[in-house]
Design a protein around this ligand. Sequence first.
Ligand code: PHE
Length: 363
Amino acid sequence: MTESSLTQRIAPAGIPASGQQPIDIVAAALADFAACDTATALEDAKAKYLGKTGAITALLKGLGEMTPEHKKLHGAEINEKKTAIEAALKARRESLANEALNAKLASESIDVTLPGRGRGVGGIHPVIQTWQRCEDIFGSIGFDVADGPEIEADWFNFTALNNPPNHPARSMQDTFYVDMNGTDGLPLLLRTHTSPMQVRYARMHAADLSNKGKPIKVIAPGRTYRVDSDATHSPMFHQIEGLWIDEHISFADLKGVYTDFLRRFFETDALTVRFRPSYFPFTEPSAEIDMKFDSGPLKGKWLEISGSGQVHPSVVKNFGLDPERFIGFAFGSGLERLTMLKHGIGDLRLFFEGDHRFLKQFA
Ligand code: PHE
């Protein structure tokens, strides 16, 4: 067997066989292995040399045809080449595995120098901002602030307010009832308005008014509930109740106080207020308070803002006061409504969805 026939047999695919120059099979394998950049490609390249039909295998097979001297000579040489190729394969396998590991580590690495995510600073909900603003404004003109139960007795929510069981005016407020009776023997309910606070607060302070001449002058903001749900009604909403009772508090005082409140709340004198006759069982006369902006996007449109009236003598009696001597006014306004008008918000449901994109604007 000549050198050239050996060369032809071992020429791997892609490597031109040269008639004269023996191919350096080890160098070819090394170059091939180095060019592989995945483990799969490397295993394919391995087959070209060490596989069943690979170049080294072919050489070893060729030994069978040789004379014993040639066998000895070439056998040792082929084995050296085989060992060298196997070593190169092993080395390339390891370096590919290392590269893969490094790439994985790099892609999963955590940049410990990044600032932490933290807990953002929260903001006060726009409706609660209105609540606080109302407390500030009414507080500055001498109104006390009171708080009361949201689960209320029928008597405080309705009967004491001149609205006894079976009175048709009860249907003005569709009510959630609690599966438990109050001390009046009637089911407890979620208060439908903040007006029961008129009765609770007045009964607690009636003696101070009768005996010491200390007027009852209070606001009671809080949560209220009705079976109602659409773009302008929510089953849970907020009201602010106002009550001022003394010997000579008249409807004129209501007009003055409420108009002043609206001007301060909306930060403009350019608004007009009107009192439109209405009906509530607990006030007589009763009025709906409407307002109209003289400028801005809502200019010229009458907007209903609050129920109000002069407290009914029967209610004054339920306060524990003499209706012949004491008189005054009450109002109940929606805090969502005030907030919507202040910020030009069209849908009340936005207040209850907890969407940060909406809430962030008020933080
Ligand atoms: N409580 C009434 C309502 O919710 C509003 C109101 C309060 C009216 C006080 C008159 C006086 O509709």
